[in-house]
Unconditional design. Structure first.
Length: 125
């Protein structure tokens, strides 16, 4: 009787372990088929005045590195600070001579400065 209980418990543990390993190994993010953020194409000047938390698409050049993940982005209407996380670069080299298109969320720092938090970067050239 006790041996049967241990056998059932052992079977349960093996099944549970297999399920956990299966869930951990599945690429859940790659399976998503729903809506993703998209933004309206606009100039830097317009993006600077866009509502916080809205998504925008801007086209221009990354002209300088400020610090850490912060850069200066420029188009024909002006400049704005952008935050580009390491993963967004995807190992691609970008110079000020490249034209890029950024999908970004409009954000504001503690001092009130508006900047763009970049979600994706495409080289346009």
């Amino acid at each position: 009787m006790i041996l049967a209980r241990y056998a059932r418990f052992a079977t349960f543990l093996v099944a549970l372990t297999g399920a956990v390993i299966g869930l951990a190994a599945s690429p859940a993010g790659a399976q998503f088929k729903g809506a993703t953020p998209s933004g309206n194409s606009m100039s830097v000047k317009a993006a600077s005045a866009a509502p916080i938390d809205s998504y925008v698409v801007v086209t221009g050049s990354i002209v300088s590195h400020l610090r850490e993940e912060y850069y200066t982005f420029r188009d024909g209407t002006g400049e704005i600070r952008v935050e580009i996380p390491d993963g967004v670069w995807a190992g691609r080299p970008v110079t000020p001579d490249n034209t890029v298109q950024l999908l970004a969320e409009v954000d504001r720092n503690r001092s009130g400065l508006v900047y763009l938090w970049v979600k994706s970067l495409e080289i346009v050239e």
